[in-house]
Design a protein around this ligand. Structure first.
Ligand SMILES: Nc1nc2c(ncn2[C@@H]2O[C@H](COP(=O)(O)OP(=O)(O)OP(=O)(O)O)[C@@H](O)[C@H]2O)c(=O)[nH]1
Ligand SMILES: [Mg+2]
Length: 302
């Protein structure tokens, strides 16, 4: 469990929404997991791992912060990516504070996004991540970039992976939280049901086991989820866009699908804290990523 050492001056309860935005792979999901103290969002070395807005709720006696993990900011090329970017936009509309995360070894957000943050007038912390790996020259280049901004902002340099300076970041964020009763039950960790995490865990294993376009062509649908006292029984469908992709997912004599299934089951058992029976099938839905009706069914349209 996470131990919070920050004490608020007043006894009054604070609560607010904090969106975490940035380019793909900046470490947004790693940071949200570190702040909340649970592995809610899946993390992989591949860009565009996160496809949805996912709430991670940090509860303490006198505050509740609702973090939004969001998809990395990209120029969308197909309907699914357009939906992903809408999730980023919505998260900015209701935020009490913004964390804009940058990997100093990778791309910066576009000037239009900086302008959008400026115009929003929402308190913003520009966070430089991965200080455990970045060189001092790379860190300095990011500092100089921040120095060009002509609006009020805060900055901090952290390592989300090593939890370095994350408590300090939390302290900064707390200053911006309005006095407000909690939005969610104090026991809640997220807004998402268990089956969402089951599908995300399978997607994480797909991202880690297949190359190139394959993981991006997959969606995971949980067609059955039974929470029994002794185990969770999970039925999952892996949706691909083409027959050839179905063959790749299954692999020779079903070996690849078996490997993904086993890895996902073990991760689910850890997440749910009980035994899991997992059954997976692969189904083709032609070009689902470009089909708005299909995307709605998969939860990509609000
Ligand atoms: N060295 C180092 N690696 C990190 C740090 N934070 C995250 N990473 C790594 O960066 C990669 C991407 O992390 P994610 O948390 O998935 O990044 P993201 O911004 O959520 O990526 P998308 O969901 O694709 O937009 C993973 O391999 C992480 O382990 C850090 O502080 N230091
Ligand atoms: Mg992510």
């Amino acid at each position: 469990m996470y131990i919070i050492h920050i004490k608020l001056d007043s006894k009054t309860h604070k609560s607010g929404f904090v969106t975490i935005i940035g380019k793909p792979n900046a470490g947004k999901s790693t940071l949200m997991n570190a702040l909340v103290g649970e592995k809610l969002s899946i993390v992989t070395p591949k860009a565009q791992t996160t496809r949805h807005r996912i709430f991670g709720i940090l509860n303490a006696d006198d505050f509740q912060i609702v973090f939004s993990d969001t998809p990395g900011i990209i120029t969308p090329h197909y309907e699914m990516q357009k939906s992903m970017m809408k999730f980023v936009s919505y998260s900015l509309e209701d935020a009490d504070a913004i964390i804009c995360l940058t990997d100093p070894m990778d791309e910066k957000i576009e000037p239009e996004m900086v302008e959008r943050i400026k115009k929003s007038r929402i308190p913003v912390v520009f966070v430089t991540n991965k200080i455990d790996e970045a060189t001092s020259a790379q860190l300095e280049a990011i500092r100089q970039w921040y120095a060009t901004f002509d609006f009020p902002y805060h900055t901090i340099e952290i390592s989300a992976l090593k939890s370095k300076n994350t408590i300090e970041l939390l302290g900064m964020i707390l200053q911006f939280m309005p006095i407000h009763p909690p939005y969610y039950d104090k026991e809640d960790l997220t807004d998402r049901p268990e089956r969402f995490f089951a599908s995300e865990i399978i997607r994480e294993k797909i991202l880690l086991n297949y190359r190139q376009e394959i993981p991006y062509s997959c969606e995971v649908i949980i067609s059955g989820f039974k929470d029994k006292p002794e185990m969770n029984v999970v039925m999952a469908e892996i949706i691909v866009e083409r027959d050839s992709q179905k063959g790749i997912i299954i692999g020779p004599k079903g070996a690849m699908l078996k490997k993904v299934g086993t890895e996902a089951r073990i991760a689910m058992e850890e997440f749910f804290g009980k035994k899991v029976f997992l059954e997976t099938h692969v189904r083709v839905i032609k070009d689902w990523r470009s089909n708005i009706n299909q995307l709605k069914k998969f939860g990509y349209e609000n």
